[in-house]
Design a protein around this ligand. Structure first.
Ligand SMILES: *[C@@H]1O[C@H](CO)[C@@H](O)[C@H](O)[C@H]1NC(C)=O
Ligand SMILES: *[C@@H]1O[C@H](CO)[C@@H](O)[C@H](O)[C@H]1NC(C)=O
Ligand SMILES: *[C@@H]1O[C@H](CO)[C@@H](O)[C@H](O)[C@H]1NC(C)=O
Ligand SMILES: *[C@@H]1O[C@H](CO)[C@@H](O)[C@H](O)[C@H]1NC(C)=O
Length: 352
């Protein structure tokens, strides 16, 4: 233990100092396609949620934002986001583990909440299911997430890039080339072309545990252990086809109608990812709000997102804050013992 590097100790002590300031678990925002963390809308969105909930919010950027959100395959985007989340919360998590072990300090909740916007909700779900080494996600709030797939590419426009995109799609959405160069092709599910989808689509079949021969129960376990899943659908959403995909509703295999509610899809009935477990436990909130794609009002944010970012544990922690310092000092002493430092020695003595 005495050989732990100085930087590790500094990180530990910094984390200890931060804990009483942070009254609730942090949250992460993942933006949608054609967007970036530094855009006015995403900045405002993250700030408002942070201000209203009293929790610290982090927008996690992937690559350069807009361009990469279009062109980087989603498996890759998810891996990058996972790495960033581990970096953000990894040290805190390590500390919490230690703290729980030592003093059973449950107030220091060992997790974080996640807010995913559209494509960002898919990356977020990828983190929940696949991200090793990150603390668990507690509440997952999805705004217009194309969870069951989309039957056409999101509206782009008539700029050269969009013409390029349309050409690619016409070319062959499930070809290796399109899958590698156009992020949303990872969740295009043409109901009349399911064979090609299962074979060629690189992201959604894996995320939804759709292929029976490679189904992984770990994904299901992790997704099913969410505390709350909030699925927000926009009533006038014309970007997601069908908009019910925000609630895991979709077309049956082989036809473009009817739109099946989540509960009538195989994903739910055979429970490939634990959606049924969550729903039967009353942990899924199917929310319907007025507005076009991602056009959420401030009042709906307050009603449907903020309550899941405020942590009950934080109230408890504030109430016990005086005793918190007592416990903090015993952890402090434990750390000193752990690293072989006597109490009268300089705190950050270089180790040899
Ligand atoms: C959030 O609160 C800070 C500090 O009170 C304030 O400066 C900022 O403008 C608020 N953000 C928004 C988007 O209202
Ligand atoms: C299932 O996924 C977990 C987590 O990513 C991984 O550790 C495990 O090896 C996978 N199992 C199989 C059979 O692929
Ligand atoms: C997997 O699905 C295929 C096609 O639907 C089916 O023929 C096969 O029996 C299934 N295998 C298992 C192990 O369920
Ligand atoms: C969503 O809400 C509107 C009005 O509030 C309602 O007309 C519509 O049927 C709802 N959609 C679903 C799927 O519940």
């Amino acid at each position: 233990m005495a050989s732990l590097p100085l930087s590790t100790i500094i990180i530990f002590f910094c984390t200890v100092t931060l804990v009483p300031l942070a009254h609730s678990v942090p949250f992460v925002v993942l933006h949608g396609i054609s967007d970036k963390c530094s855009s006015k809308e995403v900045t405002r969105f993250t700030e408002l949620l942070s201000n209203w909930s009293g929790s610290q919010g982090y927008c996690v950027e992937i690559g350069d934002g807009i361009w990469d959100s279009w062109t980087m395959p989603l498996l890759e985007q998810t891996a990058i986001a996972c790495e960033k989340v581990v970096k953000l919360f990894g040290n805190r998590f390590l500390f919490v583990l230690l703290a729980i072990e030592v003093k059973n300090m449950r107030e220091l909740s060992e997790g974080y909440n996640m807010v995913g916007l559209s494509q960002g909700a898919m990356i977020g779900r990828g983190i929940v299911e696949w991200c090793d080494g990150a603390p668990p996600v507690k509440n997952f709030i999805s705004l217009a997430g194309p969870h069951a797939g989309i039957a056409s590419i999101p509206f782009c426009g008539s700029e050269w890039f969009c013409i390029f995109v349309d050409t690619l799609i016409e070319l062959e959405v499930y070809s290796a080339y399109v899958q590698e160069h156009l992020a949303p092709s990872g969740y295009v599910k043409i109901p009349t072309d399911i064979g090609a989808y299962l074979k060629g689509c690189k992201f959604l079949p894996k995320l939804n545990n759709e292929i029976n021969t490679t189904r992984n129960s770990t994904y299901k376990e992790r997704f099913a252990s969410l505390e709350t899943l909030v699925l927000i659908m926009f009533e006038q959403d014309s970007v997601l086809v069908p908009k019910e995909t925000s609630w895991f509703g979709y077309y049956p295999d082989g036809a473009f109608d009817p739109i099946l509610p989540a509960q009538e899809t195989l994903l739910y009935i055979e429970d490939w990812i634990g959606l049924k477990i969550l729903d039967e436990a009353g942990k899924v909130k199917f929310i319907n709000v007025t507005g076009g794609h991602l056009e959420i009002s401030d009042s709906d944010m307050k009603k449907h997102i903020v309550p899941y970012l405020e942590d009950e544990a934080s109230l408890h922690m504030m109430a016990t804050e005086t005793s918190f310092y007592t416990r903090l000092s015993s952890i402090w002493n434990f750390m000193l013992d752990l690293f072989g430092l006597a109490q009268d020695q300089p705190l950050l003595r270089p180790m040899d």
